[in-house]
Design a protein around this ligand. Structure first.
Ligand code: GLV
Ligand code: MN
Ligand code: MN
Length: 414
């Protein structure tokens, strides 16, 4: 039996529905923040699925989860082929971003086991910790640590909005799944293949079920803090104020104008804005905001980052800004051989494929520095993501999982 024929729509759909229960929002979306109770419960469900399939369970110091299949006759000393994505979501998350890649990994491994396929390498499903970075910024922490770009010690003191420390929340998560075997970062990997929803409009517009992803555009994140002075709103004349909120709004407006791109390729986003003390009758003393900056050309990204630095270095309305770069990755091009192999398998399944670049970042961004890496996309309805209405048709989810199964079988041997 061809392993891809063993992929079962109903099981894939059931697993996605099940995962959407953890952190479910009343509007049908998902809010599953990293190292939260909902995240721990979702991790527990993966552990049960893995145990049912007879997989080995591993974790590491940032609580990435790995589920390892050593097929009959495979050599356990060979570096594994790894597939997966992430379980954490945006606060306004949908039911597919990240979790689809993990669930499809389980479906592919189940199909491989049931078909009696005998690849010569181990196959692992991974659920990376904190891809989104919405509770503890930046994102991609799990893959970043695995690939050696940052250390856990480096990230330990980052706090969430409630002042909770990353290391404390991480420790709670590690302690909640004592049945997992511990292992370190940076283990050799033969290949990493990540299956994900596109999160954009291209595939749907072209009517194609599969995206062959060439690479991922570059990204920088900054934390900006604007310092002013708290004063009484009723008694302090405007001329005497150092209003951090007015200054922050002015900076953002100027940045937006300075980075205007007639081709609409540059992506500049301020998505977090925190005011202190956040009281109607006190002039704002401090404002913190985030900048998410992306472009496929690293030189453009670097020039834009320099503009941001220059604008924020100038005092505004008596207030000063500081700007910390907390995330930085150049654009990546995926491994050409793996990219070609995925295209071959797609054609063998008679699936119409389109080559495209990813506007979103993914853990594949960091894995590309560690091992041959590539990604597969399936369409997103209306290109919507990071929103509860995120949707991909089951037929597309099924095709993506079948293609993933074939790719894993091929790359893992015989
Ligand atoms: C991933 O979630 C991204 O922001 O691109
Ligand atoms: Mn994602
Ligand atoms: Mn996302």
């Amino acid at each position: 039996m061809n392993a891809a024929d063993g992929v079962r729509r109903e099981r894939l759909s059931w697993r996605l529905d099940r995962m959407a229960e953890f952190g479910a929002r009343p509007d049908g979306g998902v809010n599953r923040q990293i190292y939260s109770d909902a995240d721990r419960a979702a991790r527990g469900e993966l552990n049960r699925w893995a145990a049912d399939l007879g997989l080995e369970l591993y974790t590491d110091p940032i609580a990435n989860q790995f589920f390892r299949l050593v097929p009959e006759g495979a050599d356990p000393r060979l570096p594994p082929v790894v597939t997966g994505s992430h379980l954490d979501s945006q606060p306004t998350g949908g039911r597919y971003d990240g979790v689809y890649g993990v669930v499809a990994g389980f479906e592919a491994v189940a199909a491989l086991i049931e078909s009696g396929a005998e690849p010569k390498r181990p196959i692992e499903i991974v659920a990376w910790s904190n891809e989104e970075g919405s509770r503890f910024a930046p994102g991609c922490m799990g893959s970043m640590c695995f690939a050696g770009a940052r250390s856990v010690a480096d990230l330990a003191d980052i706090t969430d909005r409630d002042g909770l420390r990353l290391q404390d929340e991480l420790d709670k998560t590690l302690a909640s799944h004592p049945q997992m075997h511990e292992r370190g970062f940076g283990l050799p990997v033969r290949a990493y293949v990540e299956l994900h929803i596109e999160q954009g409009p291209v595939l749907e517009k072209l009517g194609k079920p599969i995206g062959l992803v060439r690479g991922i555009q570059g990204c920088r994140w900054f934390n900006v803090t604007v310092e002013g002075e708290a004063r009484h709103a009723g008694t302090t004349p405007l001329a005497l104020r150092r209003d951090a909120l007015r200054a922050a709004v002015g900076y953002i407006d100027e940045l937006q104008q300075a980075l205007e791109d007639p081709d609409d390729v540059i992506r500049f986003t301020v998505g977090r804005f925190d005011v202190s003390p956040n009281a109607p009758n006190t002039v704002a003393e401090r404002v913190g905001f985030s900048i998410d900056l992306r472009h496929p050309d690293d030189a453009v990204l670097e020039a834009a980052a320099a503009r941001i630095g220059a604008i924020l270095s100038l005092e505004r309305g008596g207030c000063r800004a500081t700007c910390e770069r907390i995330f930085d990755h150049a654009p990546v091009q995926f491994d050409p051989d793996l990219f070609a192999a995925i295209g071959d398998e797609g054609r063998a399944l008679d699936l119409a494929c389109e080559t495209l670049m990813s506007g979103a970042f993914h853990d594949a961004l960091f894995m590309a520095d560690h091992c041959p890496t590539a990604m597969i996309f399936v369409p997103s309805q209306d290109g919507i993501s990071h929103h509860p209405s995120e949707f991909t048709a089951l037929s597309d989810l099924y095709d993506g999982a079948r293609l993933l199964t074939r790719v894993l079988e091929k790359v893992a041997g015989p």
